[in-house]
Design a protein around this ligand. Structure first.
Ligand SMILES: Cc1ncc(C[n+]2csc(CCOP(=O)(O)OP(=O)(O)O)c2C)c(N)n1
Ligand SMILES: CC(=O)[C@@H](O)[C@H](O)COP(=O)(O)O
Ligand SMILES: [Mg+2]
Length: 584
């Protein structure tokens, strides 16, 4: 499609000069533009297609960037980026050195707030609205756009609860497409369904929170959206517009399979058909988790599984499909997921609580206060640990070893491959009398025949992978693969320490006594992670060995492929080999 109108728009200022009648054509062009680029560059497709009309209407009615628009999660903001001066470099979306896949303040003045984790937009927009009020700016508008799954996140309700007792100039737009990444869940989903069907008998919960509620209206009806936004713009105080959209709107396969087309990978922009990735026999770590928990649950009736809104991403969906009464999708509710697991553990259940490393950050107090302090045997499975790639700084799982290590009672294990992941899951469900965190990366493992029989892992025991001379490299987790390759032709010892807590102190004493130099390697921040644990061990026992720690530097790592990012920070095979060579 020739973008006749879109090509004339380099900022919302030009958009606002268009006649309203031209906007449906602009929507067509914008939709085609998004489809064409995401088809080859990949990314989040469905959510952005679902808000094309809303995006145009918002920038048409509101005086952006003076009026602030805050996108919740921000995975749906591709149209927003294209209309706000990033059309010409949108093809760099999520690529190394390119624009981010989420709104980012330092990327554009139109990106009012940096996002990536769900349910933050209402709090951020309210903060801006109260600031405007305090500064005497009564005209500035503050709009949060939040999805039906994200508004179920606890902090969204914290924001609504506060906003309802202020006269803040805040508009919350609920983009209700009845799905998250997977089908949305819970009583709120039921409530919204009844509201849309007109069968909701009891009072409107949003009105009950003192919001001026309007809707639900068709979120693809440009004219209706514009007139309603214009009307709401004139009303002071907290307002709430409920719109109904279709995720993937405008690409029939994306509408038909909204889970797959949330982030479909490459697809044919004309037919919409997904272009299959080259077949790979190596399993994804998420699938090793998903198949293994189901296998274990078949012989251990105490096992339950929990995911906060990531059944597909975590592969807990295998257990959810086979054992729906023992595997729970609790929605975007990480804090609830952790304490739900704690409650279950008090009753003798064995909960596997699967939460991406980055999203688990949201439930930090629950890990400490509800699980570890009571020494409850919850099994935390932190998927997406380490660098995740194109999702970038908001999604890299590079802090968990640091944020977990200081918590008493908590065992921390990082498997170097799929066999180890299976065996630690097997070991954990045999019955630990304390909580354990198991962290593993996004992507594929290294073992084709991973479905081997289980063997118990001795808690706190590391493994010698290679004996060498004066240099010992201690790796944790899947960094072992990179280290093994890097030391292949070097006279270097290599140990997979497996446990960040408790450390294998017997092995460490032996290593420190027989090697001059110790190098630690981890895909976690070097601040407070595995390397720090080794430094603390050396200090505690007055060792004078040379110790070097390699890991994620103390900066936020941007987006790009995992290989590119690891090379950038010297954690690729070549970088490691070069570094080790300095000490030989
Ligand atoms: C705290 C947090 N948990 C989980 C996710 C993963 N996630 C990204 S988008 C999404 C679903 C969002 O659904 P919804 O809010 O309805 O928006 P839609 O995709 O339907 O537009 C989830 C669970 C996240 N980004 N942040
Ligand atoms: C936008 C968001 O937070 C999720 O869609 C996330 O990008 C999923 O990551 P994975 O692709 O690693 O499951
Ligand atoms: Mg939704």
């Amino acid at each position: 499609m020739i973008e006749k109108i879109l090509n004339t728009i380099n900022s919302p200022k030009e958009l606002r000069l268009l006649k309203q009648e031209a906007l449906p054509q602009l929507a067509k062009e914008l939709r085609a533009f998004i489809i064409n680029i995401v088809a080859t560059k990949e990314g989040h497709l469905g959510a952005s297609l679902g808000v094309v009309e809303l995006t145009i209407a918002l920038h048409y009615v509101f005086n952006t960037p003076n009026d602030s628009i805050i996108w919740d999660v921000g995975h749906q903001a591709y149209g927003h980026k294209i209309l706000t001066g990033r059309k010409n470099n949108f093809h760099t979306n999520r690529q190394l050195g390119g624009i981010s896949g989420f709104p980012k303040r330092d990327e554009s003045i139109y990106d009012a707030f940096g996002v990536g984790h769900a349910s933050t937009s209402i709090s951020a927009a309210l903060g801006m609205a109260l600031a405007s009020k305090l500064k005497g700016d009564t005209e500035k508008q503050h709009v949060a756009i939040i999805g039906d799954a994200s508004i179920a996140g606890g902090m969204a309700f914290e924001g609504l609860n506060h906003a309802g007792v202020t006269d803040a100039n805040l508009l919350v737009v609920l983009n209700d497409n009845a799905i998250g990444i997977d089908p949305s869940v819970g009583a709120l989903k039921m409530y919204l369904t009844n509201v849309k069907k007109g069968t909701q008998k009891r009072n409107n919960i949003i009105k009950a929170l003192n919001f001026d509620y309007s809707g639900p209206i068709d979120g693809h009806d440009m004219e209706g959206l514009i007139s309603e936004l214009k009307r709401l713009k004139k009303i002071k105080g907290p307002k709430f517009l409920h719109i109904i959209t279709t995720k993937g709107k405008g690409l029939k396969q994306a509408e038909a399979d909204q889970v797959k087309y949330h982030a479909p990978g490459k697809f044919d922009s004309l037919t919409g058909d997904i272009i299959p990735k080259t077949a790979c026999m190596l399993p994804k770590y998420q699938d090793v988790f998903g198949h293994t928990i189901l296998e274990l649950a078949k012989t251990n009736a105490h096992i339950v599984g929990i995911t906060p809104a990531m059944p597909t991403g975590s592969s807990l969906k295998f257990m959810m499909d086979a054992m729906p009464d023992r595997a729970f999708d609790v929605g975007i509710a990480e804090q609830h997921a952790v304490t739900l697991a704690a409650g279950m553990a008090t009753q003798g259940l064995i909960p596997f609580c699967n939460i991406y490393s980055t999203f688990l950050q949201r439930a930090y107090d629950q890990i400490i206060h509800d699980v570890a302090l009571q020494n409850l045997p919850v099994i935390f499975c932190l998927d997406r640990a380490g660098l995740v790639g194109e999702d970038g700084a908001t999604h890299h799982g590079v802090f968990d070893l640091s944020y977990l290590r200081c918590i008493p009672h908590l065992i921390i294990f990082a498997p170097r491959n799929e066999i180890e992941l299976r065996n630690i899951m097997y070991t954990a469900q045999l019955g630990l009398n304390q909580p354990i965190a198991i962290r593993y990366p996004r992507g594929r493992g290294v073992t084709i025949d991973w479905r081997q029989s289980f063997s118990k892992i001795e808690i706190g025991k590391g493994v010698t992978l290679k004996k060498g001379n004066t240099l010992a490299v201690l790796s944790i987790g899947t960094m072992a693969q990179y280290v093994s390759e890097a030391v292949l032709n070097l006279n270097v010892s290599h140990y997979d320490m497996r446990f960040v807590k408790p450390l294998d102190e017997t092995l460490l004493h032996d290593i420190f006594k027989t090697h001059k130099t110790i190098i630690t390697v981890e895909d976690n921040s070097i601040i407070g992670g595995f390397g720090s644990a080794i430094l603390e061990f050396a200090a505690k026992h007055n060792y004078r060995n040379t110790i070097k720690t390699l890991g994620i530097p103390d900066v936020f790592i941007e987006h790009g492929s995992v290989d590119e990012l690891q090379k950038d920070i010297g954690l690729d095979v070549e970088g490691l080999e070069k570094f080790f060579g300095l000490f030989l």
